[in-house]
Write a protein of this length. Sequence first.
Length: 405
Amino acid sequence: MSEMSDQKIITVRRLLIAFMLVAALALLPVIAPVALLPVSPAAAQVQKEPRVGYNAALVSPDRIAEIPNLTPEINKFPELDNFAWRAFVALNWPALTDAAHRGVPDRDKRPGDPGPRVWETFKARYELFQTGPDGSPIASKPWATYDAANPCGADIDNREKTLATFEPFIDFNQSTLSAGGAANPLVAQNRTYTRYETRLNEPEYSALSGLSQLPDYDNPLQVPAGSIAVKAAWRILTAADTPAVRARYYVVENANVVDVAKTLAAKHVVCSKSDVALVGLHIVIRTPRRPQGIWATFEHIDNVPKAGAFEPDARDAGAPYSYFDASKPKLGLWPKFGSPATFPVSLDHPPKINPEPMQVVRRHPIHLETLAMSRYYWSLLGLKGTVWTHYMLVAVQWPSHGEPI
């Protein structure tokens, strides 16, 4: 891998996929109420009804472009949570699949219909940072094409789900905002490494692919309003995942994923086919008033046990957790941060072929108003009865003033 290519990969990790699972929570104008279907009478006594003001809470292929100016004295949760849910619904709408309409919803379909989602037709990170057979960087292609080099091989159609990068195992590591690059990998209870995928919509892809020099902390770039970056987390499915378990997830069959054993043997990326289940989705949307972006985190409700009394829990549905061993409820986070198993993986520090599962817990309850907004969306015609009711909004972050990233 060339020095330039390495630098590009490091920069894209810092710039495009540092999505944090924290909540910088605050407040907004409250105007029009919407109905809440509480889980129980007790929950109804504690949870406020979700309320939205300037934008409607509805199932639509159109996301909200902007929200009003947020003032300190008024509750911001409903407006920001609704913004996030509208984006989640619009981005997970079935997409048109021809190259001329990448990132465009199929308005004849509904969220429960099959097919790739809108965000899955965005440009993948590997389409932006292309690498030739000799390891040298090559120019990225225009937006309206699926023609591009694929990390899994020249015979792979880029319409196919590909969870890989040109540098082995980069997609195994969680991202971080620190200058050190990648964070730890995440191993599910079925002993598979979680895989991460980054996608960019046309405004963001075009802004970055046209640069002669990539932005950094000393030379920031203000990408256009309407730019969207999405980072998805996928769990590889195995024979242990029964049809009942699979039915709770958005699943992509026969995805191209990095084969650990074959890649270690070959010293370059080698892929195999696996079915994968979506377990997390991080969304960053740049708006005219918030050029740094509004950041939203969605997770599958079966990932870990609930931290708050009124949160959904896999146990209530008789489903297994993806990242928690229920037979060891007092284990806490494991392995401990700083131990070798938490180091980023690479060819120099390779992943294990049969890794030990990690124990993950949620330390802070989801805010009750955020949870109430999720429950409201789950009740809406168009989402109710689909796999999307098994995904919940965990947190939204937003800037207090505008600066370029």
